[in-house]
Design a protein around this ligand. Structure first.
Ligand SMILES: *Cc1c(COP(=O)(O)O)cnc(C)c1O
Length: 347
């Protein structure tokens, strides 16, 4: 295929998954597939990951959880953590989706739907360890546990997990969060719950800090070959970019190459005059980004019909571009317009 496209190498995805699993073992890995699997295409990613033996998927919203269930069948666990209404709770329970619970009201809603449909909801209680982004506050934790004991005794829920999300910004705040987390797990165990999975870390902490891994780590970025901004290189992490945005050269004049990708395709226009692309060893500063085209310094031999890697294999990484405008590589990926075709290699 030619023309503007996001090439997604499923073989690289498989290799990255293997690298992450080896790194975090004996903890298990949940593959995070939110935002259309970080722009790579939910179904293709889930299908390949499932074939590689991934047994936990993190799908954020119920819609994506149901799509994921459709792809993997009953052989995997699917975790969804967006607080939703009764209809979606019912659909999630019907599809045996594990639910992340960050507030007492949502717990009641889940129990009430579970009673109605005659299901036992598997819940993972979320302790707020300081991020203040949904989560049960430590001072409310004892009462939520008490209520969970009642709901579990009644047969509406089963508490199978305790989890949280951390900033991964500094070791100190992460360590403070970890202390809060461990206290919450202990309290849940004292309340009588057999906690099957404790999960706290995403990509960065799961790699850097063994004591954050517990039973399960929730990894998105590194599985897609996206390193952290200002973090270790992809090579050091042992991963490679899964997605490559490839654009055609539409015209070359005045030592400038015009390429067929612009802000409407999802390329942030703020990259102009801040970032460069790469062709072989040449750095090609980006002059301007218009709606449907961008202009970069031409490289030796560039001509209309050639192609350039905007980010990905053989070019700059998504994180390289992101760093030039103060954001993260994931954002560069999820901004790629859904109208741009995804083409799959290594299937
Ligand atoms: C996105 C997300 C992750 C994965 O983060 P990465 O840094 O991409 O690995 C894990 N947990 C939660 C709750 C998330 O929202």
């Amino acid at each position: 295929m030619t023309g503007l496209r996001l090439e997604v190498d499923l073989g690289v995805l498989a290799a990255n998954i293997a690298a992450v699993r080896a790194r975090v073992a004996p903890a298990e890995m949940m593959l995070i597939v939110k935002d259309d699997a970080y722009g790579h295409g939910l179904e293709a990613v889930v299908s390949r990951a499932s074939a590689e033996g991934v047994r936990w998927f993190g799908a954020f919203d119920v819609h994506d959880a149901l799509v994921t269930r459709g792809v993997v069948g009953e052989g995997a666990r699917i975790f969804s953590w967006l607080t939703v209404g009764r209809e979606e709770i019912a659909a999630a329970l019907d599809a045996h989706v594990d639910l992340g619970v960050g507030d007492a009201g949502f717990l009641e809603d889940i129990a009430s739907v579970a009673r109605t449909v005659g299901a036992v909801a598997r819940v993972h209680l979320k302790i707020d360890t300081g991020l203040h982004r949904n989560g049960i506050r430590p001072e409310q934790w004892p009462s939520v546990l008490e209520r969970s004991v009642e709901l579990q005794a009644e047969g509406a829920i089963r508490v199978v997990g305790v989890w949280s999300h951390i900033a991964e910004a500094s070791d100190e705040t992460d360590d403070e969060a970890r202390a809060v987390f461990e206290e919450a797990v202990s309290a849940a165990e004292r309340a009588g719950f057999a906690i099957e999975v404790r999960h706290l870390a995403a990509s960065a902490a799961s790699f850097a800090r063994a004591q954050f891994r517990y039973d399960l780590v929730r990894v998105g970025a590194f599985c897609y070959g996206v390193r952290s901004a200002h973090g270790e290189s992809e090579t050091a992490l042992g991963v490679r970019p899964v997605g490559s945005l490839i654009a055609p050269v539409t015209r070359v004049d005045d030592a400038r190459a015009v390429i067929g990708v612009g802000s409407l395709h999802g390329l942030p226009s703020s990259l102009a005059r801040r970032a460069s692309l790469r062709h072989a060893t040449d750095a090609l500063p980006i002059d301007r980004i218009d709606e449907a085209h961008s202009t970069v310094t031409a490289w030796a031999g560039s001509a209309a019909g050639e192609e350039i890697v905007v980010f990905g294999a053989g070019g700059r990484s998504a994180t390289d571009l992101a760093e030039a405008i103060g954001t993260v590589g994931e954002e560069i990926l999820v901004r790629v317009s859904p109208l741009i075709p995804r083409t799959y290699l290594g299937g």
